[in-house]
Design a protein around this ligand. Structure first.
Ligand SMILES: CC(C)(COP(=O)(O)OP(=O)(O)OC[C@H]1O[C@@H](n2cnc3c(N)ncnc32)[C@H](O)[C@@H]1OP(=O)(O)O)[C@@H](O)C(=O)NCCC(=O)NCCS
Length: 246
C-alpha cells in the first residue's frame, strides 16, 4: 500500500506553553506546530467561527478551501495553535505568488521582483484566545522561517486601516505601510511590506502621527517619501506613526 508523505511525517512542534481562555479564565496547555493538509477541515472551521464573530467584516478577506489547501500542500508555510487537538489560531504565508494576486504590483515592482515576494495571506485567532498577541507570535514564526529559507526577498501583506491588532502585528514585525488605497471589494487597505535583505531605514526620531481615518494626509505623506511604521491609540482613536525614508 502506498503511504503519503503526510502520513509518515509528524508535524514539528514549535512551542508549548499555557494560555488562559476567555470563557473559563483557566490555564490550558497549548502546542504550536506546522500545519499540513490533514488540518484543512479544522482551518475552515476556525475561519468560519472567526468570521462570524468579527466586529467589522472588512477586516479580513476569507480564503477558499482550495487556496488554503495549496498552502498546506507546499505552496506556502503555515502554523497553528492547538489546545487538546482543537485549532484556536492559524497563520499562512504564500510563496511564489501568482502575478495577478501579487501585492507588490500595488507598488509597481518590476516583473522580476514579483517572483521574490511571499505574502502573509490569512491570520485567524478564535475569540476565546484573542488578546494574547497570538497573531504576532504565529506571523513572527512564519517571517523568521522565510528569512532562514532565503527564497524570498520581500514579505508583503495588506491590512485594513481599522484593524488595530493586525496593524500592531505587521508593524511589530518590521513591515512598513507603503500605500493606502481601495482593494478587494473596494475596501480601504494599507499595502505593507518588508525588504528582508536590505531593510528600509526610517527617520523614526522625527515621527509624524496621523489619524488612521485621515486618508488625504496619509496619502500625501506616503507620496512624499514617508512610511508608516507603528501605531498607538489615544482618546480620539488610532494614530499611525509615519517617518521619512533615510
Ligand atoms: C486580528 C487577530 C488575528 C488578532 O488577534 P490577537 O493576536 O489575539 O490580537 P492581539 O492579542 O495582538 O491584540 C492586540 C490588541 O488588539 C485588541 N484586539 C484583539 N482582537 C481584537 C478584535 N477582534 N477587535 C478589537 N480589538 C481586538 C487586543 O485587546 C489588543 O489590545 P491592546 O494592545 O490595547 O491590549 C484577531 O482579532 C482575529 O482573528 N480577527 C479576525 C480576523 C482578522 O481580522 N484577521 C486578520 C486579517 S486576515
Amino acid at each position: 500500500m502506498k503511504t503519503s508523505l503526510a502520513e509518515v511525517i509528524e508535524p514539528e512542534v514549535i512551542e508549548q506553553g499555557y494560555l488562559i481562555t476567555r470563557s473559563d479564565l483557566k490555564r490550558h496547555p497549548y502546542v504550536i506546530r506546522s500545519l499540513d493538509i490533514r488540518d484543512l477541515t479544522a482551518v475552515m472551521l476556525l475561519q468560519r467561527n472567526v468570521l462570524v464573530n468579527m466586529s467589522n467584516r472588512e477586516y479580513c478577506v476569507p480564503i477558499l478551501a482550495e487556496e488554503i489547501a495549496l498552502m498546506l500542500e507546499g505552496d506556502g508555510d503555515s502554523v497553528g495553535l492547538f489546545i487538546q487537538d482543537q485549532l484556536y489560531a492559524a497563520c499562512f504565508l504564500l510563496f511564489k505568488v501568482p502575478n495577478e494576486n501579487n501585492m507588490a504590483r500595488e507598488l509597481n515592482f518590476k516583473d522580476e521582483e514579483l517572483s521574490l515576494v511571499s505574502q502573509l495571506e490569512l491570520s485567524l485567532v478564535d475569540f476565546e484566545m484573542q488578546g494574547h498577541k497570538l497573531q504576532q507570535k504565529l506571523a513572527g514564526i512564519l517571517v523568521q522561517r522565510a528569512e532562514r529559507r532565503k527564497n524570498s526577498k520581500y514579505i508583503f501583506t495588506t491590512v485594513s486601516p481599522y484593524n488595530y491588532p493586525s496593524i500592531q502585528t505587521v508593524t511589530a514585525l518590521g513591515l512598513q505601510i507603503a500605500k493606502l488605497s481601495k482593494l478587494y471589494y473596494d475596501w480601504d487597505r494599507y499595502t505593507v511590506y518588508k525588504d528582508l535583505s536590505q531593510p528600509i531605514r526610517l527617520d523614526i526620531a522625527n515621527p509624524i502621527n496621523v489619524s488612521n481615518t485621515a486618508f488625504v494626509d496619509q496619502i500625501q505623506l506616503l507620496s512624499n517619501g514617508y512610511r508608516g511604521f507603528s501605531q498607538f491609540k489615544d482618546k480620539d482613536g488610532i494614530k499611525i506613526m509615519f517617518a521619512r525614508v533615510l
